[in-house]
Design a protein around this ligand. Structure first.
Ligand code: GDP
Ligand code: IMO
Ligand code: MG
Length: 431
């Protein structure tokens, strides 16, 4: 029997990343047969816990601990070295992870020179740099779109080494033209490491992405697509271009990233932090003034999961959130870190912007951050800990009002409330 109406559920970030996607995916993964990452690469840092042990997932889907099968999808850019290191760390904590994983043959490989190009490009930009994670993401996607890329499935073909050498020679030429000096001894070591990681990669199961995912759907399997980064970093619609990532992070990216038709998209769960953070360069309209920013960063532990960079912290931005909901047809919200706001005396939420003396509720095309003045609604803090709350009854009225305000402003119901970093620190709302 074919399950023609079976659909893929989606989890994606609605802000500038680090909303807690890893935690939510890990928590709901037992409800699914397959969790599939649809874009991004080791620029992601998704935090999950195995008991007390914190694990940061980068290329692996966050279902790797709890779902029976996981897929690294076609539009993921796969760094074999980062992948091997990550999987070995996961395997050391949870046995059998390797058996629960398959990889799309179409995924593009991140080569050592892609990472050098990322660094060289950033350095060449000086103060205007994007603040990338330096994981080679932009250069790998550039090669993919430029039709120069090497796909994961190519590691089995006899001319793989030739392909590698030809692309690396092209990169060396670019690096030389940029005046970027490479350390030959270090590069040789990195290349050796790359080829040893390629041997490791060969021991995995590879699939043709769209065939595999559609077959699983037809068999009636429950599939969850997991996004990395977030809507405001989308290459086309993230409104602070060029301060974005290089892939489509919105729901449309599930279709291209996994090879499924739009009508196969089911629930779209948008993950949002109860406030806002941003790491890297680019405009951030609702960034707090330094004293409050410092406090939010300390309360929320807002430091990059992979890079350790301090995250910029600010208030919730409804203008940005509404755009993210529109872009992906978000059907429900999962709100994380509500517990962190228990510390605040006063909570602000931006509902509109003033730009050149006009009030707007849509994001503009050009976003010179200084021209945007957010207009805030204010809420008195509830000042009562809600860490680990499991039912809505445990929430103070102030927290309930805050949730109701968001639902009303965005027009989408909140279905999951996260009250702490651990898997079980959650409230599931039933309709
Ligand atoms: P992701 O990239 O979207 O998966 O998010 P990150 O893992 O980069 O950052 C989210 C951080 O917040 C991690 O340290 C999580 O452990 C933590 N976290 C997630 N949900 C909650 C929550 O509801 N409350 C608290 N206090 N921490 C949370
Ligand atoms: P997760 O999945 C937050 C940001 C970088 C930089 C820009 C481009 O953990 O939410 P890139 O390396 O992708 O070329 O960098 O995007 N960025 C993220 N910010 N969370 C992430 O991932 C990010 N991945 C990339 O800081 O501003
Ligand atoms: Mg992260």
């Amino acid at each position: 029997m074919l399950f023609k109406d079976n659909k893929i559920d989606v989890v994606l970030g609605l802000q500038w990343g680090d909303e807690g996607k890893g935690k939510i995916v890990d928590a709901i993964a037992p409800n699914y047969d397959l969790v599939a990452r649809f874009q991004g690469g080791s620029n992601a840092g998704h935090t999950v816990f195995v008991g007390e042990q914190k694990i940061i997932l980068r290329t692996l889907p966050s279902g790797i601990l709890a779902a029976p099968m996981n897929l690294i999808g076609a539009n993921v850019v796969l760094d074999p070295v980062a992948f091997r290191d990550e999987l070995e760390e996961v395997e050391a904590n949870v046995r059998g992870a390797k058996k629960r994983l398959c990889i799309a043959k179409e995924a593009n490989l991140v080569l050592p020179t892609h990472k050098l190009l990322d660094k060289a490009t950033e350095e060449s930009k000086g103060v205007g740099k994007i603040g990338t994670t330096l994981r080679g993401i932009g250069p790998t996607y550039m090669d993919k779109v430029g039709r120069l890329g090497i796909r994961a499935g190519h590691i089995f073909t006899p001319d793989f080494k030739e392909k590698y050498q030809s692309l690396t020679a092209h990169h060396q030429m670019l690096l030389a033209a940029m005046g970027f000096a490479t350390d030959a001894a270090l590069f040789k070591k990195n290349e050796e490491d790359f080829f040893s990681a390629i041997e490791y990669l060969k021991t995995f199961t590879f699939v043709e992405c769209s065939n595999f995912v559609n077959e699983q759907l037809d068999l009636g399997k429950k599939i969850l697509a997991e996004g990395a980064q977030a809507s405001m970093l989308d290459i086309d619609h993230g409104f602070t271009y060029p301060f974005v990532t290089s892939s489509n992070t919105i729901a449309a990216g599930v279709c291209t990233g996994l090879g499924v038709a739009p009508q196969k998209i089911g629930r779209v769960i948008g993950i949002m932090k109860a406030y806002a953070t941003r790491v890297g360069g680019g405009p951030f309209p609702t960034r707090c003034e330094p004293e409050m920013e410092e406090k939010l960063r300390a309360w929320g532990g807002e430091f990059g999961a992979v890079t350790g960079r301090p995250r910029g912290c600010g208030w919730l931005d409804i203008v940005a959130l509404k755009k993210a909901v529109m872009l992906s047809g978000v059907s429900e919200l999962a709100i994380t870190k509500l517990d962190i706001l228990s510390e605040c005396d006063l909570i602000k939420v931006a509902t509109t912007y003033t730009i050149d003396e006009k009030i707007v509720d849509r994001m503009p095309f050009e976003t010179d951050g200084d021209r945007i003045i957010p207009n805030y609604e204010e809420f008195t803090g509830w000042k009562k800990t809600i860490r680990g709350a499991h039912s809505e009854k445990e929430l103070p009225q102030g927290a309930k009002d805050y949730l109701a305000f968001i639902e009303n402003a965005v027009g989408v119901p909140v279905s999951i409330i996260s009250t702490g970093p651990e898997r079980t620190e959650l409230i599931f709302r039933t309709k």
